[in-house]
Design a protein around this ligand. Structure first.
Ligand SMILES: Nc1ncnc2c1ncn2[C@@H]1O[C@H](COP(=O)(O)OP(=O)(O)OP(=O)(O)O)[C@@H](O)[C@H]1O
Ligand SMILES: [Mg+2]
Length: 243
């Protein structure tokens, strides 16, 4: 891992040290299915502090992706609320939610969600290009630095369809990190990676959490990876318990 390239990514997050990055309490999610209801989340309480790295494990279908979507404000809870960097997500307009996400949150989707018509470099630079104060040149430099850090210097000009599954996964990770978010939510980020490359991603997370106080919530089936986090929680019967 080239830690020097991290220095090019940008400045430390501001204002969140000493305050919770994420707080949620009493979070529930019920999916209506015909006459039946599917209770996926039954009252989730979670507090994440700056620099904290939290793993969430659980069987397939236990609600891990649903939980991450609620924490990011990408879906509405049935009850309960999510507070991201001091702002209650359900109390703000959709536009404000988008701005909050762009400033404070990185999200690695389970199935990447890269934009197919753009190159790896453009995909990674995209969150920065949405910020008025960042120039195109600066966005490209920061995106290049991060792609180098995840080992993709040689593949930057390729579109997602021309990349392997693990390469796409790393592009998605670089895109989530490029804006120096306070919190990164990752949905099985190392599922397609060999142990060596997964280890590099872990080192990158470790370095960002130490240098920039970035916090991580990582859904994973990889118990080794989960064991390297500060805390590991299991989603079971719609509740979070110590893993
Ligand atoms: N939009 C939806 N409408 C109805 N049911 C849904 C919806 N989204 C998810 N579910 C159901 O909610 C449950 C939890 O789904 P979720 O995707 O959160 O599981 P997961 O823990 O991420 O599983 P995996 O490890 O397979 O990714 C599953 O039973 C799923 O079928
Ligand atoms: Mg999932």
């Amino acid at each position: 891992m080239n830690n020097n390239s991290l220095d090019n990514i940008g400045q430390a997050n501001s204002g969140s040290v000493g305050n919770a990055v994420l707080e949620c309490c009493g979070l529930t999610k019920v999916f209506a299915e015909g006459r039946e209801n599917l209770n996926v989340l039954n009252g989730i309480d979670l507090l994440v502090m700056p620099s904290e790295r939290v793993a969430i494990v659980g069987t397939s279908g236990s609600g891990k992706t649903t939980l991450l979507q609620l924490l990011a404000g990408l879906d509405l809870p049935s009850s309960g609320e999510v507070v991201l960097c001091g702002q209650t997500l359900t109390n703000v307009s959709e536009q404000q939610q988008g701005e909050l996400r762009n400033r404070h949150l990185g999200f690695v989707y389970q199935f990447h969600h890269l934009l197919p018509e753009f190159t790896a470099l453009e995909n990674v630079a995209m969150p920065l290009l949405l910020r008025a104060e960042v120039t195109v040149k600066e966005a490209r430099i920061r995106a290049q630095a991060l792609l180098g850090t995840v080992g993709l210097s040689e593949r930057m000009s390729h579109k997602p369809a021309e990349l392997s599954g693990g390469e796409r996964q790393r592009v998605a990770i670089a895109r989530a990190l490029v804006g120096n978010p306070d919190l990164v939510l990752m949905d099985e980020p190392t599922g397609n990676l060999d142990p060596h490359t997964a280890g590099r991603i872990h080192e990158l997370m470790d370095s960002l959490s130490k240098k920039l106080t970035t916090s991580f919530i990582v859904v994973t089936h990889d118990m080794d990876f989960a064991g390297q986090m500060d805390r590991a929680l299991r989603l079971e019967d719609g509740c979070l318990v110590a893993a």
